[in-house]
Design a protein around this ligand. Structure first.
Ligand code: NAP
Length: 630
C-alpha cells in the first residue's frame, strides 16, 4: 500500500508526543517506542511538552513516523490492547507504576482504548426484573440528561425525558452569545465513549450543540424526549411509591407518573440579574448573556456590559468589534491562564492522525485528563498558618506569581490598567479564565472603556456609577451569571411527609454524593450539590460517574425487588460534614471573595473538594446499608 509520507510527517510533527508514542505503540504493537529517555517527566506535567527537550521531541517524532509509515504501508491490523500492555502504555505516560495501579480501573474507563464503552450498565431489566414495570423520568435533555437517557435505554428501562426547550443541548442550546465556547479542552469535554473529530481545541457553541445533537441521535433517545415541556412540580406519593410530575406544555397542563426521577437540570441555567435599582427603567434593549437577543443590532451602538465573568469575557471582544463604543463594568478582575491555542483550529494533519490512528484520539484525551486534572488540585490548598491574603499556600502562591507575570506581560503597553486588572484575591478562589491575549487587546482598544466604580443605578438612558456620572448607552448586556446555588429551581419538589425540597434546603442545598437527599426516595440529581469541578477536570466526567452510580441504584432496586430507596439521614450528614471539611481546605472557601461557588450562607454548596479518583471511588456502586430500601 502506498502511504503519503508527507501527511504522516505533518501529523506526527503536530501531535503531542506523550500521546503519540503510546498511540503508535498500541497500533503497531511496537513497544520499543516507549523509551525511558522519551518519557514525560511526571514533575513537569504542566510545562509545554511535559518538559521534553526539542531533541527528545524530534527523536520521538522520528520513531513514531517510521513505525507509523511501515505499519500503514504493510496494511497491518491494529494491535490488541491486553491488560498487561495497557498497563505498560499507561505507565509510560504517567511515569509511576504504583500510581497506575491505583488508578487502573478508572483509567480503563476514561481511555476507552479499543473504542469500547466500559461504563455501559452491565445489566438489563429483562434479566434482573423482567416482570416489573419501572419508568424513569429524566428532567433535562442537556449533557447529563442525554447520558442518563442512553444508560437507561441500554439497561432496557422505560424512560421519558422532559425538557423545557425545543431541542437538546441544555446550556449549549441556551447560551448562543457571540464568542461562546467551551473552556475545557474538547477532547476531554466530551463523553468518554463518544469521541469526535473536533475542529478546534476549545470548540465554539455551535460545534458543541451539534455534538450533543448527534449524540442524542446516536443514542436513539430522541423519541423519548418531550420537548417544549416544563416540569413545574414533582410530588412523591408514598403509598404508591411513585413520583407524579406536573407538566406545562403549549397545549396546557398534564401529569406523568414515574418510579424514579433523575434531575438533570444543570447548575448554571437560570440567569441571575443584579439587584441594581432602576433596572426596569432602561429604555433601550437589555438582555442577559444566556438569553442573547440576536435581533438587537450592536453595530454602531453604545453598549454597556455589566460583569466580567467567564461568559462576559468571551462575549466582550465580539461586542467590541461591532459596537461604536463599549463600556465594560467590572466589579472584580479575573485571573487568566495563558492558553495560546484557545481559539485556534486543530491543524488538518492532526485531524488526519485522529481519523487514521483512532488510538491517538484516546491517548490524547487521556493525556489531557492526566495532565490537567489531579495534579492541579494542589494549587487550591490552604496551607496552615499561611498569612498572605493574596494566596493560600506555597503552591497557590507559585500559581499567583505565574498568573501575575502573565497579566503584566499582557498589559505591558498599558501599565495604567494594571491596578484594575490584577486581582488581589488568591487564584482559583473564583473561576480562572482562559486567555490567548484577546482580553488585554480588547481592553486596550480606543473604543473600549473599563469602568470599575460601583454601579449606583440603571437610568432610562444608561448606567450611573457611584461617583454620580451617568454613562449613556443604547444597549445593556448583563453578563451577571446564574442562580447557581438554587438547585432544581423553579421546579417544586415534594418528598415524603409533604416536605418541600426548597424549604428543606432553605438556600443551603446538600445531597449525598450530590445525588440523593433524605426524604426524597428515588430522586437522583446529576450535577447536584458539591459536584462542580473548579480547576481539575470536566463536568462530563462527574456526570458519567454520577450516572453510573444511579444505574447501579436502579439495578439494586430492581434486582432485589424493592420499590424505593431513600438515603439514610446519618449517611447523608456524615458525608456532607466530610465535604465541608474538604472545602474548608480549598481556596474557594476564603472569606471576602464573592463567587458563585458559595451560597448565601457562605458555604460552598457547589464544589467538589477532592480528587477525581475520589469521586469515582465514591460512586462505584451503592452500599445497600446506606439506604432505607422498601
Ligand atoms: P459569573 O462567573 O457568576 O460572573 C458574573 C459576573 O457578573 C461577575 O463578574 C460578577 O462580579 C458580575 N456581577 C454580578 N452581579 C453584579 C453587580 N450587581 N454589579 C456588578 N457586577 C456584577 O457568571 P458567568 O460569567 O456566566 O460564568 C458562570 C460559570 O459558567 C463560569 O464560572 C463557568 O463555570 C461557566 N461558563 C463556562 C464557560 C465556558 O466553558 N467557556 C463560559 C461561560 C460560563 P463579581 O465577580 O464581583 O461577583
Amino acid at each position: 500500500m502506498s502511504v503519503d509520507e508527507k501527511l504522516i510527517r505533518a501529523a506526527v510533527d503536530c501531535a503531542e508526543v506523550p500521546a503519540l508514542l503510546p498511540a503508535v505503540a498500541q497500533l503497531t504493537n511496537d513497544e520499543t517506542l516507549l523509551r525511558e529517555d522519551l518519557r514525560p517527566d511526571p514533575d513537569r506535567l504542566l510545562e509545554p511538552d511535559a518538559g521534553l527537550t526539542p531533541e527528545q521531541l524530534d527523536t520521538a517524532r522520528d520513531l513514531a513516523f517510521e513505525a507509523l509509515r511501515d505499519h500503514l504501508a504493510a496494511g497491518a491490523p491494529a494491535g490488541e490492547v491486553d491488560p498487561d500492555r495497557l498497563r505498560r502504555l499507561l505507565t509510560f505516560v504517567v511515569g509511576d507504576d504504583a500510581v497506575v495501579g491505583e488508578y487502573l480501573p478508572l483509567f480503563r474507563e476514561e481511555l476507552c482504548a479499543a473504542g469500547e464503552d466500559p461504563r455501559a450498565p452491565g445489566w438489563h431489566k429483562d434479566e434482573v426484573a423482567p416482570d416489573t414495570s419501572f419508568r424513569v423520568a429524566i428532567v433535562g435533555a442537556g449533557m447529563s440528561g442525554l447520558l442518563a437517557a442512553y444508560r437507561c435505554r441500554q439497561a432496557g428501562l422505560d424512560v421519558v425525558v422532559i425538557d423545557k426547550n425545543p431541542d437538546v443541548g441544555g446550556t449549549w442550546l441556551e447560551n448562543s452569545y457571540p464568542g461562546c465556547r467551551v473552556d475545557v479542552p474538547n477532547h476531554f469535554y466530551s463523553y468518554s465513549f463518544v469521541q469526535h473529530d473536533w475542529p478546534q481545541y476549545f470548540s465554539t457553541q455551535p460545534v458543541l450543540l451539534d455534538y450533543f445533537r448527534r449524540c442524542a441521535e446516536q443514542f436513539g433517545v430522541l423519541d423519548d424526549i418531550r420537548f417544549s415541556t416544563e416540569v413545574t412540580e414533582a410530588v412523591y406519593d408514598e403509598d404508591r411509591e411513585r413520583w407524579s410530575l406536573s407538566l406545562r406544555t403549549d397545549e396546557g397542563e398534564e401529569t406523568l407518573e414515574a418510579h424514579a426521577v433523575i434531575s438533570a437540570v444543570g447548575q448554571l441555567n437560570r440567569p441571575s440579574f443584579p439587584d441594581i435599582p432602576g433596572r426596569d427603567r432602561f429604555e433601550g434593549p437589555a438582555f442577559h448573556s444566556a438569553e442573547w437577543d440576536h435581533g438587537v443590532t450592536l453595530e454602531g451602538a453604545r453598549v454597556a456590559v455589566i460583569g466580567t465573568g467567564a461568559s462576559a469575557v468571551q462575549l466582550i471582544p465580539h461586542v467590541a468589534e461591532r459596537a461604536e463604543r463599549l463600556l465594560v463594568f467590572q466589579r472584580t478582575p479575573n485571573w487568566f491562564v495563558p492558553t495560546p491555542e484557545y481559539q485556534q483550529d486543530i491543524p488538518e494533519a492532526l485531524r488526519w492522525l485522529q481519523r487514521h490512528v483512532p488510538a491517538y484520539a484516546s491517548w490524547y484525551r487521556f493525556w489531557l485528563f492526566w495532565r490537567n486534572t489531579e495534579g492541579m488540585l494542589a494549587a487550591t490548598e490552604i496551607d496552615e498558618g499561611w498569612d498572605d491574603p493574596r494566596s493560600t499556600g506555597v503552591i497557590n502562591d507559585v500559581l499567583r506569581e505565574l498568573l501575575t507575570a502573565h497579566l503584566h506581560n499582557e498589559f505591558v503597553e498599558a501599565p495604567d490598567l494594571l491596578d484594575d486588572v490584577v486581582p488581589t484575591y488568591p487564584p482559583s478562589a473564583k473561576r480562572v479564565i482562559r486567555d490567548d491575549g484577546t482580553w488585554a487587546r480588547t481592553l486596550q482598544r480606543d473604543d473600549v472603556d473599563l469602568l470599575t466604580d460601583d454601579i449606583a443605578e440603571i437610568t432610562p438612558r444608561g448606567v450611573r456609577t457611584a461617583d454620580g456620572t451617568e454613562h449613556e448607552v443604547d444597549v445593556i448586556v448583563y453578563g451577571t451569571g446564574f442562580q447557581a446555588s438554587r438547585f432544581l429551581t423553579p421546579m417544586r419538589v415534594v418528598g415524603r411527609d409533604g416536605v418541600d425540597l426548597h424549604e428543606h434546603w432553605d438556600g443551603d442545598a446538600r445531597a449525598y454524593l450530590g445525588i440523593n437527599v433524605p426524604g426524597f426516595p428515588n430522586l437522583f440529581c446529576l450535577y447536584g450539590p458539591n459536584t462542580n469541578i473548579v480547576i481539575n477536570g470536566s463536568i462530563i466526567y462527574f456526570s458519567e460517574c454520577s450516572v453510573s452510580y444511579v444505574m447501579e441504584c436502579l439495578r439494586l432496586l430492581l434486582e432485589q425487588g424493592h420499590r424505593s430507596m431513600d438515603v439514610r439521614p446519618e449517611v447523608h450528614d456524615e458525608y456532607n460534614d466530610w465535604i465541608d471539611r474538604g472545602n474548608e481546605q480549598r481556596v474557594w472557601s476564603v472569606p471576602g471573595v464573592n463567587s458563585w461557588y458559595k451560597n448565601a450562607t457562605g458555604r460552598s454548596a457547589q464544589n467538589w473538594p477532592f480528587s477525581l479518583l475520589e469521586y469515582w471511588k465514591q460512586t462505584r456502586r451503592p452500599r445497600p446499608r446506606d439506604y432505607e430500601l422498601r
